[in-house]
Design a protein around this ligand. Structure first.
Ligand code: ZN
Length: 681
């Protein structure tokens, strides 16, 4: 039988991919790529067609073979699959470092950049070449042989360490459960949550209610359980995952892994002549340097902190009116906040959920995108291989019915699926030799699954999450750039990449947009105006507290990566404690090991880049203000957004794309207004 991973001409063959096929396929492709590179090293006449295009094609084949593997490892993990995946990581990392350090290729790109033909190339190609040169330099192409080897070793161990960190977190998360027999002990939990916990128990052939650390369960218990001890138990289990403090096996403790990751990153930065890793990380971002980032974060902190402290005092005061006299602890916050929110605005998440049923929400989202950007959606139910029966597949067509993009939609939380929500590239857009490759995306969420015969009913937050990821998907799929290095989200600065995603979130707060989908799943009645007004009034409830929490994570991340020496997990804890002293309104208990589960910065790509969420929110809020002023479904502005931002990918600096759309530099006011931060000084 032929290996389906080697056939990259079509969509991935999810029905046929076996873990045993992964390593051989990746090894074959890497070998073929190396052979091709050897040929390219000897070409005499360097041009776009002789050097860059062949490299684009071999890169593309590798990424198309690897993307379904990476994806399956996230959404349908098993020991066997993870084993194969992990064995490939060092192979891929070695290959990528080797290409990045290839001097012949680098010289070829330099010749191309310095040749007279460079100026005649289209802008996207020029940007691709300039980006590639920087990529070579940051991969250590300029180092001597010995240092190049060191660099390779660092890269390779970093990739393994980061993967171990993520796996420890997943294993620790999945290893914890608590089975509760009596409904009384779960008093306060809404019906949907009780059904969900019963369903969790049934999957393990157990009676009663099974609590896990999966997000929908954790949120439900920490928000609604009247039993304070139970809230503390789940809070403690959740915030000590993969640590020395946990209820779970210490073999999953990430403490040493974090130290090693930080040490390796520092070594890498030093090899490239940067004083610390933050400096290296910011080379490829829109923010100029760590100072600019720190100033940005501290400015937001200064504006938000007084209000955040006030919000916390009000919460404490509210708890007192409920007969709760003690100081609020971390495991009380969500619980009393929800009670306070209900008291102030007279509604709860549960009141909204019947209006957010899965199919209506999806169709509404499509309707909004159709209005704004003039594209249509079509579900394909036959002939597509999927990894789970709940996954759906869609095509996007333009106004002339041309296929422009396709995507998989995997909405619900389930076991063996990594938590959180994300968009990942399956296939990227390019046009080479008149062949147009249509982009394909994976859109993955962990939303509340359907219970029994009912459709899945989402919280408003879950709807926002879906819109967010869809914004990333649009960025990837609606691009019109032909050059793969800078099409879609490729080549877009990390701190600008959240612009389209956070932009899409805004529609979840607009009556006109909600009217397209917020209808009662049983009666088809639209969302009552009174409920909508309560929802708006509640929008900025505790927004300053949420703001400072994000600033806490961002400051911790950037400061941590400015350190030149990390010797112990205590030191990491100390930096986090310091940041909390500055910006947190609630200091978590000493057992809290948030950092051991902060995979964004330790396993994902957000190292010295977590501030990007807030940075891009300035851009997205500012951009959305044009729609607020001129009509949220204003097609002319929608098309401008498409032209200036969504379609251009990374073919020019994000700042230029922003200025193209707004006609000026970004301003912070819209963000503060959207967040209801009063202190504008
Ligand atoms: Zn995002």
């Amino acid at each position: 039988m032929s290996n389906p991973l080697l056939d990259t001409t079509d969509l991935p063959a999810f029905d046929r991919i076996e873990p045993s096929m992964i390593e051989p396929a990746i090894k074959t492709i890497l070998q073929e790529n190396r052979n091709r590179i050897q040929q390219l090293e000897t070409i005499q006449e360097v041009s776009w067609e002789t050097l860059v295009e062949p490299l684009e094609l071999i890169d593309d084949r590798l990424s198309k073979a690897w993307s379904p593997v990476r994806h399956l490892n996230s959404v349908k993990s098993s020991d066997e699959l993870r084993g194969s995946y992990n064995r490939c990581l060092p192979l891929l990392s070695d290959y990528s470092t080797e290409v990045g350090q290839n001097r012949s290729l680098y010289e070829g790109y330099r010749k191309l950049a310095e040749s007279s033909s460079f100026a005649k190339l289209e802008p996207a190609k020029q940007k691709a070449i300039t980006d590639s040169l920087q990529h070579f330099e940051l991969a250590g192409v300029g180092l001597n042989t010995e240092k190049r080897k060191q660099f390779q070793e660092i890269q390779s161990s970093l990739s393994e360490l980061q993967s171990t960190y993520e796996n420890n977190l997943l294993d620790a998360t999945q290893s914890w459960e608590l089975v509760i027999d009596s409904k009384e002990q779960l008093s306060g939990l809404p019906d949907y949550a009780l059904s969900m916990l019963q369903q969790y128990a049934e999957t393990k052939s157990l009676d009663g209610y099974r609590l896990t650390l999966e997000m929908p369960c954790y949120i439900a218990v920490i928000t609604y359980a009247d039993d304070r001890e139970l809230r503390k138990t789940i809070y403690q289990a959740f915030t000590t995952r993969a640590s020395d403090q946990g209820f779970t096996d210490s073999k999953w403790d990430n403490a040493d892994i974090m130290c090693e990751i930080l040490q390796k990153r520092q070594q890498k930065a030093e090899l490239l002549d940067f004083s610390n890793y933050a400096e290296l990380s910011l080379q490829t971002k829109m923010a100029k340097d760590a100072d600019e980032v720190l100033k940005f974060l501290q400015d937001l902190a200064r504006r938000s902190l007084p209000q955040a402290r006030q919000e916390f005092e009000q919460l404490q005061e509210f708890a007192r009116t409920q007969g709760f006299e003690e100081p609020l602890q971390a495991w009380d916050l969500a619980y009393f906040s929800e009670k306070q929110r209900q008291h102030l605005f007279k509604f709860s998440d549960e009141d909204l959920k019947p209006y957010f049923s899965d199919n209506r929400v999806i169709n509404g989202l499509f309707g909004i995108v159709e209005k704004l950007f003039g594209v249509n959606f079509e579900q394909v139910e036959q002939g597509i291989e999927l990894w789970h029966p709940n996954v759906r597949f869609y095509r996007i067509l333009d106004a002339e019915a041309n296929l422009v993009g396709q995507f998989y939609l995997d909405l619900y939380a389930r076991e063996n699926k990594r938590g959180g929500a994300w968009m990942d590239e399956c296939i990227s857009r390019y046009v080479i030799d008149e062949h147009e490759q249509i982009p394909v995306a994976y859109l993955t969420c962990n939303l509340t699954p359907p219970i029994g015969d009912q459709p899945a009913l989402f919280t408003h937050d879950e709807v926002i999450t879906l819109f967010h990821e869809f914004g990333h998907g649009l960025h990837h799929m609606l691009t019109r750039v032909d050059v793969p290095e800078v099409s879609g989200i490729s080549g877009v600065e990390w701190d600008a990449v959240e612009l389209p995603s956070q932009f899409m979130e805004n529609f979840c707060w607009q009556r006109e947009a909600l009217d397209l989908f917020a209808r009662h799943f049983e009666t088809d009645q639209p969302l009552p105006q009174a409920l909508f007004e309560k929802m708006l009034a509640a929008r900025n409830f505790q927004s300053a507290m949420q703001m400072v929490r994000q600033l806490e994570f961002s400051l911790f991340d950037i400061r941590l990566h400015q350190q030149t020496q990390i010797d112990s997990a205590e030191q990491i804890q100390h930096i986090l404690d310091q940041v909390r002293q500055e910006v947190a309104v609630v200091i978590p208990p000493a057992f809290n090991r948030f950092q051991n589960g902060f995979s964004h910065i330790f396993a994902g790509g957000y190292a010295a880049g977590y501030y990007s969420y807030k940075w891009a929110e300035v851009l997205s809020a500012d951009a959305f203000s044009r729609f607020e002023q001129e009509g949220i479904f204003n097609q002319a502005i929608g098309r401008e957004f498409l032209d200036c931002i969504l379609q251009v990918g990374g073919m020019r600096p994000a700042r230029d794309s922003f200025v193209c759309f707004m006609g000026r530099e970004p301003e912070i006011d819209a963000l503060l207004r959207h967040n209801g931060i009063q202190n504008h000084q």
